[in-house]
Ligand binder design. Structure first.
Ligand code: UDX
Ligand code: ADP
Length: 480
């Protein structure tokens, strides 16, 4: 039986569902794509007339939404109706790490996936291909299948329904999601029924060359996703561990990265030392691997992967300790300017951002922080730091910050953020930070003033020429 897909429904209008469905709608104009979400506010934003108000910032996304929305791409909260008319349903909901019960702190919470599977079981009609798209622990397909199978009992001929379940993990990185979706390194389709696999294959074939579309069994597909993220995160922890050694030995991590990256077996990507990896996937996926390994009694395997997360945590705290030490061992009553709060450039996402840990540490030590980010707004930072921003501070009237210990303010303008600060810490590699006028900034800071370049993006000479001390991640020579 050939399965022909005419209508897709995606449950979950988040960082994965939104961009993925936009690209499918763009590349397959003959397929209708409905994105549904229970979050009314989020859907409202997806339908904003002003495309700048879309709930997700991704280069290239606005253009696609402009082209397809209202034609073959819709966003709604009409979950029941859209499920019932779809031939293929993508499950693209959030799967945070469990905070309580069995597997707390490691296993993913599948309650939203389960809720979706139940909705699909209830409302789907005819034959439906269900595709797991969220980052999921291995064997999730089995959970989905069991729930769907329980609903396949034909009551009469009209209500008879049947399902196929596929795993089609996403490999998109935030900030380059559209490019990753349009030009993927590979597309993975895991499943048991060849017709269902081919139905999804037929969608991707519209823009992806066939040799890049891999068909696997469902477990390999699920495990490949976790493994890919674990390998990538492992590279970052590896290079960050070396950065600490560089700082102590006089080596430069950039030179080390370059030297090892030229070995074609190692490759040059993902070797930039920074403030520690963030994002919604890396930590969660590794912890899933850890949980899975422990479940099967593979303690050594679990410990190996857990080490990647431990190193990342240690590295983030290492940076905040280092900042305090450089500022004569105390930061209370001092203003520290934080440039960049998102977990990496070109995204407004702050999930697991190193900035959260580092800012919390600095606030705990009594610093006053002025935080600036070109895309993250004040409300989000308030949520992440679990405290409110001070507003409308007039820095020219403040001589020291002892009355502001452990507090912070959001500043859109970099100059305001930097005014009277003792240090500037660059945590995200935003392009605008490459064009800062350090001559001007230097005159506004309190001396001796430090620049902590945790992304190693600044020109050291320019900083030093402007009467500023510089600390660069993984650089043993400039860090004096
Ligand atoms: C990641 C995977 O790349 C993607 O394939 C998967 O689908 C989801 O998880 P993402 O979390 O969006 O994507 O970001 P990524 O670009 O991988 O960066 C993750 C973190 O590692 C960021 O905090 C980034 O700053 C950091 N990083 C990355 C480094 O510190 N150094 C590097 O060399 C690369
Ligand atoms: P991701 O990064 O995996 O895309 P997000 O948190 O950005 O995760 O998005 C997941 C979306 O899924 C959220 O907008 C949330 O409201 C939605 N969602 C979760 N559970 C359900 C459900 N049962 N039905 C509809 N939408 C859901």
């Amino acid at each position: 039986m050939v399965i022909k897909i005419k209508k897709i429904c995606c449950i979950g209008a988040g960082y994965v569902g939104g961009p993925t469905m936009s690209v499918i709608a763009d590349r397959c104009p003959e397929i209708f794509v409905d994105v549904v979400d229970k979050n009314v506010e989020r859907i409202k934003l997806w339908n904003s007339t002003n495309l700048k108000d879309l709930p997700i910032y991704e280069p290239g996304l606005e253009d696609i939404v402009k082209r397809r929305r209202g034609k073959n791409l819709t966003f709604s909260t009409n979950i029941k109706e859209k499920i019932s008319s779809a031939d293929m349903i993508f499950i693209s909901v959030n799967t945070p790490t469990k905070t309580k019960g069995i597997g707390a702190g490691q296993a993913s919470d599948l309650k939203w996936v389960e809720a979706c599977a139940r909705d699909v079981a209830n409302f789907a009609t005819g034959h439906t291909v269900v595709v797991e798209k969220s980052t999921l622990p291995v064997k999730t397909a089995e959970v989905i299948k069991k729930i769907l199978e329980a609903s396949q009992i034909p009551i009469n001929f009209e209500t008879k329904k049947s399902f196929d379940v596929l795993s089609n993990p996403e490999f998109l990185a935030e900030g380059s999601a559209i490019k990753d979706l349009e030009y993927p390194d590979r597309v993975l389709i895991g499943g048991e029924n060849n017709e269902a696999i081919l139905a999804l294959n037929d969608i991707y074939i519209n823009w992806v060359s066939p040799e890049k579309i891999l068909h696997t069994n469902i477990w390999s597909s699920e495990l490949a996703k976790l493994t890919a993220n674990a390998f990538l995160a492992q590279r970052i922890s590896s290079i960050n561990s070396i950065s600490a050694l560089c700082e102590n030995t006089g080596a430069d991590v950039k030179e080390v990265s370059r030297a090892i990256g030229l070995d074609s077996r190692i490759g040059s990507k993902f070797l930039n030392s920074g403030p520690g990896f963030g994002g919604s996937c890396f930590k969660k996926d590794i912890l899933n691997l850890v949980y899975l390994s422990k479940y099967f009694g593979l303690e050594e395997v679990a410990e190996f992967w857990e080490g990647v997360v431990k190193l990342n945590n240690w590295h983030q705290h290492r940076l905040s300790r280092l900042i305090t030490n450089k500022l004569f061992g105390t930061i209370s009553g001092k203003k520290i300017c934080i440039l960049g709060f998102s977990f990496k450039a070109n995204t407004n996402d702050t999930r697991e951002s190193a900035a959260i840990t580092i800012c919390k540490d600095l606030l705990e030590e009594g610093a006053f922080l002025s935080i600036s980010d070109p895309k993250v707004n004040k409300k989000q930072i308030e949520k992440d730091l679990k405290s409110y921003s001070l507003n409308n501070l007039n820095y020219s009237e403040i001589s020291d910050f002892f009355n502001y210990e452990g507090q912070w303010a959001f500043e859109e303008d970099i100059n305001n953020a930097a005014e009277k600060s003792d240090a500037i810490v660059i945590l995200t590699e935003w392009e605008e930070y490459l064009n800062i006028n350090w001559e001007e900034i230097s005159t506004m800071m309190r001396k001796p003033a430090w620049i902590f370049d945790a992304r190693s993006i600044l020109d050291p000479k320019e900083i030093k020429d402007n009467d500023l001390y510089l600390w660069r991640i993984g650089n043993g020579q400039s860090n004096d």
